[in-house]
Ligand binder design. Structure first.
Ligand SMILES: [Zn+2]
Length: 137
């Protein structure tokens, strides 16, 4: 049996068992991406108005900078720069249809907590943004 897998030499123990580990615990691409995201996130404490009763899960890596469209988590994936919260959502729920956007119910753009993100139309997202902006004035 070893002959077909490893040729003529006797396999090292690590080689013999490596395929078992892969078979028992197959880490999919999606899980690998989520793992990468989770490694760079910290969990904030639950606040009174925390959506879903959980604290924000905040990205500590690179961001889209300041200014318009700024403040969102950014990561590199297959040589492209992508938004962390969108990537995280897609890993959990699948692709996002055109003209639909993710709204941060917690108002924290660095947050990738699934319970804090809501899929809404662009119009709803814009309306909510204006509403929040008006509240802050
Ligand atoms: Zn949040």
């Amino acid at each position: 049996m070893f002959l077909s897998l490893f040729g003529r030499r006797k396999p090292k123990p690590s080689e013999t068992y490596s395929f078992v580990v892969t078979a028992v615990n197959p880490i999919t691409r999606r899980e690998r991406i989520l793992q990468r995201i989770e490694e760079k996130c910290i969990r904030l404490e639950v606040e009174e108005n925390s959506p879903g009763g959980v604290g924000c899960h905040v990205w500590t890596g690179g961001t889209s900078g300041r200014g318009k469209g700024g403040g969102y988590g950014r990561m590199s994936l297959d040589g492209r720069t992508v938004a962390v919260h969108i990537t995280s959502w897609i890993c959990h729920h699948g692709p996002i249809a055109p003209r639909w956007e993710l709204d941060h119910k917690c108002n924290n753009r660095l947050c990738r907590e699934d319970k804090h993100l809501e899929l809404v139309t662009r119009k709803v997202n814009n309306d909510r943004r204006l509403e929040r902006f008006a509240c802050r004035k």
